[in-house]
Design a protein around this ligand. Structure first.
Ligand SMILES: [Zn+2]
Length: 450
């Protein structure tokens, strides 16, 4: 049994309990107790490993509900460009030249970054399939690093860079075989579902076919939705409907539909999302970097919509730091509403963990520290001149601390990082390999002359 004691525990249970101090015990992959105060002698004696969490915040792992791990090799490229130009001039040429080796490194370093900043579950919208084995490489990186991983396997069958277009038949066949290979792997820690890129990139025929197979195979659909006015207007021009109305007309919306961005929504679209219990994934940093707009998050929350948080790909963020995303979410919606009470630290933590668990499809399993849930736990070091003195831990965590303050990370009872050291691989060696691979890939993509 592992015992974590002396820390300030943010449980994120239904009552929002915070124990200062508290302790928790873990057996196998589950949490067996979360209690206020100090453990008694019996608990102390039955612990095989005891972690002292003094001056640390203990909380559920964050869920990064939308990223593109392959873009780890693209951060900073094309800085300052709007979405379409950024895609055409940088993302497409670069990613179409990416091989299996670079994909593996991008996935590993991207997941290591997620671990360092406290994410224990990651949804990766993976849409680079230059070779048939590329998708498997990302799942293998999740096996190696120990992260809880959901691949929203991206697809497009029109209006996209030719290197990424597949036929409807190939899409169903390839996603189906991935689901077969991975969805029962590692006790369900790794899963694959559909990731249609966006309405303008997907033909209606393939989209309808995908909905049928998603229901048959009991997997979700994860899609960029209403990210920009351009995308939204393209949908209206083609179908006569706004994007969420179009999804409703196809009978696509249900609790397994995960809608990424949702920046440009009408009141009616918010109502539809709420009624169908579809999930929304908000990426504030990316929306700000690409100047896409501000999603109506407080309005959605008021309507009972489950809104999770995400970094989006490191190409448009340029990091995958979910603690930074907590603060950015707070600030963005306060200034947009001109209301200092638009969101609270507790609300954004709930969004990142509890709503994150729903977006990940595991609401009863992860997202809070409660007896019986999976032991996905992080310890964040708050003994810092950036934070002291501490009046309220939720405020300190969201406003004062940084991803780099995350000290220890555990997924399903297994340590992925201890005292800031990644346990599953040699991080320094990985960084060196990435730098070498970056240079040769840029050259191949024609983005640098030498
Ligand atoms: Zn994205």
């Amino acid at each position: 049994m592992i015992l974590i004691q002396n820390g300030a525990i943010i449980t994120l249970d239904d009552n929002g309990q915070i124990f200062e101090p508290g302790y928790l015990t873990i057996e196998g992959d589950r949490i067996t107790a979360v209690e206020k105060g100090f453990p008694d002698q019996k608990v102390l004696e039955s612990a095989t490993e005891t972690i002292d969490a003094s001056h640390k915040i203990v909380m559920p792992g964050l869920v990064n509900a939308h990223t593109h791990l392959f873009q780890t090799f693209l951060r900073g490229l094309g800085d300052g460009k709007p979405l379409q130009q950024w895609l055409e001039a940088y993302i497409w040429p670069f990613s179409s030249k990416m091989g299996v080796y670079e994909a593996q490194l991008a996935a590993l370093i991207g997941l290591v970054e997620n671990i360092h900043s406290g994410s224990t579950a990651v949804i990766d919208n993976q849409y680079v399939h230059n070779t048939p084995e590329m998708d498997d490489v990302f799942c293998q990186a999740a096996v190696q690093t120990g992260v809880r991983y959901l691949m929203a396997r991206g697809w497009a069958d029109r209006n996209y860079h030719p290197a990424f277009i597949e036929t409807g038949e190939k899409i169903i066949e390839r996603v189906g075989s991935l689901i077969e290979r991975w969805n029962r792997h590692e006790s369900g820690r790794i899963r694959v579902e559909f990731g249609p890129l966006s309405q303008p990139r997907c033909s209606i025929d393939t989209f309808e076919k995908m909905i049928r197979f998603a229901r048959q195979w009991n997997v979700g659909i994860h899609m960029h939705t209403s990210e920009t006015t351009i995308q939204t207007n393209q949908c209206i021009d083609e179908t006569g409907l706004r994007t969420i109305e179009w999804l409703e007309s196809l009978n696509c919306l249900d609790e397994n539909t995960r809608l990424v961005h949702c920046v440009w929504l009408s009141d009616y679209e918010i109502e539809l999302i709420s009624k169908r219990r579809a999930k929304v994934i908000h990426c504030p940093v990316s929306n700000m970097i690409l100047a896409s707009g501000t999603a109506r998050v407080p309005d959605m929350l008021k309507q009972g919509v489950s809104v999770a948080l995400a970094t989006d790909g490191p190409g448009s963020n340029n990091n995958q730091d979910m603690i930074e995303t907590l603060k950015t979410t707070l600030l963005l919606h306060k200034i947009t509403a001109m209301d200092a009470m638009a969101l609270t630290p507790e609300t954004v933590l709930w969004m990142a963990c509890r709503n994150g668990a729903e977006a990940f499809g595991l609401p009863g399993q992860i997202g809070s520290l409660e007896k019986g849930k999976k032991a996905d736990v992080i310890l964040v070091d708050s003994f810092s001149s950036f934070a002291y003195p501490i009046h309220r831990v939720a405020t300190t965590l969201t406003y004062n601390l940084h991803g780099s303050d995350v000290d220890t990370v555990m997924v399903g009872g297994q340590f992925l990082m201890k005292n800031k050291k990644i346990t599953m691989l040699d991080e320094a060696y990985l960084l060196e390999e990435c730098e070498q691979a970056r240079k040769s890939l840029l050259k191949r993509a024609g983005l640098v002359s030498s």
